[in-house]
Design a protein around this ligand. Sequence first.
Ligand code: GLN
Length: 205
Amino acid sequence: MSIFFGKKRCCRPVGVKVGVLALQGDVAEHIAAFRGALADRPGSSVVPVRQARDLAGLDALAIPGGESTTISRLIGKNGLHEPLAEFAGGVFATCAGMVLAADRVDDARVRPLSLIPMHVARNAFGRQVDSREAFLNVAGLADPFRAIFIRAPVATEVGPGVEVLARIPEGIVAVRSGRHMAFAFHPELGGDLRLHRMFLEGLGV
Ligand code: GLN
């Protein structure tokens, strides 16, 4: 006789629902990366977010790279500022997303979402070397991460409770704050999903 009764729902891994803010930027790359990182979690889904109602039921939200001034303008136009600022799940923000996730930005055209207490400077690498790759030591990863920087920001200051995961001479380039993570580079490019997995583990779902 089986010792299990009922539907055994207790022990089956539950799927994770991730949204990707799909107003501008490298949305498709974020969707593909999260689908890859969730391939071993049956019942998971990754969906685009364009309106406030798309946020319902999400465990996490990716805010992609792109142009933060444009994304900020479209957030306002779509009535998404408050819903995003109050989002209860974890946020995975890259590059322009890191600018938006901050609470202080050096450009008045960006209205930050204040998800992570940090000051972010846009385009912090200067005009001459605006894109580059670097092998970064990221706290929590056993081996360096090949980080792709494209007209990247840096955090110049972080508030209490924000853990700095990586820094380069220009400034802070990876942070964790509770369930949120932000990167000045693009973990969604390059095929290395270790940071996505670290983020998903931190969600606790
Ligand atoms: N420089 C862009 C901005 O501040 C970010 C670039 C990127 O996301 N690759 O919006």
